[in-house]
Design a protein around this ligand. Structure first.
Ligand SMILES: Nc1ncnc2c1ncn2[C@@H]1O[C@H](COP(=O)(O)OP(=O)(O)OP(=O)(O)O)[C@@H](O)[C@H]1O
Ligand SMILES: [Mg+2]
Length: 352
């Protein structure tokens, strides 16, 4: 088989999972969502990190390139390092047991077995791997492998080039979210697994972190906050713009708005329950806590709806809680969209 290099220098998926920031140049994380482009610049501050500036650019129905150019201009891109991710269909993470070997050896031997693990043509994907547990079973080690369609990564690089930026680091949403959560969430290590649900505009990404904090399970669920707006529009007989406004600021129509959201939220919960059951049976570890993040988590009271059905504590994760705010960020309204910035923050914390 004629293998082209499987690990081009710009694609380091999994080895970014344990961050230890080394570069002094600030990193700008660009989260290219279907509804909003989120960008945030984070630099080191003592033993911690500080948010310098950030932006949120509407991308829904707009031309992504123009939205990205606006975001880059807000971030005054000069010597900062841009980092971006890909997600959804065409990206996959798997956990496999391999004979024990070094990461270097693993990377070399793994490329010959790619087609065993991913339902993609090996010629059309980039892959990377990370040793999660070097001594998981007798003479075996547990390995996290990730693959993404080359065209997704290549398109990202092209988009950034057109916006005047050279993108040298691309990763996946699930990896950065796990990375950010492990670094920033100040949670007690519960006896069980924790789940994170990133509720975006078009889809939601579920991730379950096992007791070692690694993403043990990831899955895209094609229900996003947009479904809630559609239901509000249908049930309350308003157009989509009004439905969106009501979802964000329902004021005295709160009860009606939440009632309209019941069906799509119920569908999302149903999918979560299936995944939790599968995970608990497969791994023999119960999911004991759920954290909501993403723009969809900004719906007032959404955690209550999840908690009632799932019977486990459900919290909104605020990724800003573990970071300092520089003067420009501190005087902005960043707190109003904190949970929407999870992926962008994870990207900006990438070790480059
Ligand atoms: N204050 C708010 N209250 C309720 N919903 C909100 C609020 N702010 C934003 N949203 C919803 O969040 C969604 C956008 O979230 P986010 O920016 O995480 O999505 P995205 O990353 O662009 O989408 P995707 O991840 O699906 O590509 C929109 O559907 C929007 O209606
Ligand atoms: Mg998103």
């Amino acid at each position: 088989m004629n293998w082209r290099p499987a690990f081009p220098p710009f694609f380091k998926l999994i080895n970014r999972i344990l961050p230890a920031k080394s570069s002094q140049a600030p990193v700008v994380g660009f989260d290219i969502g279907t509804h909003f482009i989120k960008a945030i610049e984070i630099g080191p501050l003592g033993n911690s990190f500080e948010i310098h500036r950030w932006t949120l650019e509407p991308a829904e129905g707009a031309d992504t390139l123009s939205a990205l150019k606006r975001a880059a201009s807000c971030m005054s891109m000069k010597n900062q390092i841009p980092v971006a991710s890909v997600s959804g269909k065409g990206t996959l993470i798997r956990y496999i047991d391999m004979p024990r070997m070094s990461l270097e050896e693993l990377r070399k031997s793994f490329v010959y077995e790619i087609d065993k693990y991913f339902p993609f043509n090996p010629q059309e994907i980039y892959t990377d791997c990370y040793i999660v547990d070097p001594q998981s079973k007798e003479k075996k080690m547990s390995v996290l492998v990730a693959a993404t369609k080359k065209e997704l990564v290549d398109d990202r690089i092209k988009l950034f080039k057109e916006a005047g930026m050279e993108l040298t680091h691309v990763t996946t949403d699930s990896v950065v979210m796990a990375n950010a959560f492990n670094q920033l969430a100040n949670t007690e290590l519960a006896a069980g697994a924790r789940a994170i649900l990133d509720i975006g505009g078009s889809f939601s990404n579920l991730m379950i972190l096992d007791k070692g904090h690694f993403p043990s399970f990831t899955r895209d669920i094609f229900i996003g906050s947009q479904e809630l707006s559609k239901e509000i529009a249908n049930i309350l007989g308003v157009d989509m713009a009004k439905a969106e406004e009501l979802k964000r600021s329902p004021a005295d129509q709160y009860e009606e708005v939440m009632q309209a959201c019941e069906v799509p939220i119920g569908k999302l919960i149903g999918e979560l329950q299936l995944s939790f059951d599968y995970f608990s049976t497969e791994k023999n570890i119960p999911v004991v806590e759920l954290f909501l993040v993403g723009g969809g988590a900004l719906l007032k009271g959404i955690e209550g709806a999840f908690e009632k059905s799932l019977n486990i504590p459900v919290k909104i994760w605020n990724p800003l809680a573990g970071l300092h705010l520089g003067s420009e960020a501190a005087s902005s309204d960043i707190h109003l969209c904190s949970s929407q910035l999870g992926v962008a923050i994870g990207l900006a914390l990438t070790k480059v």
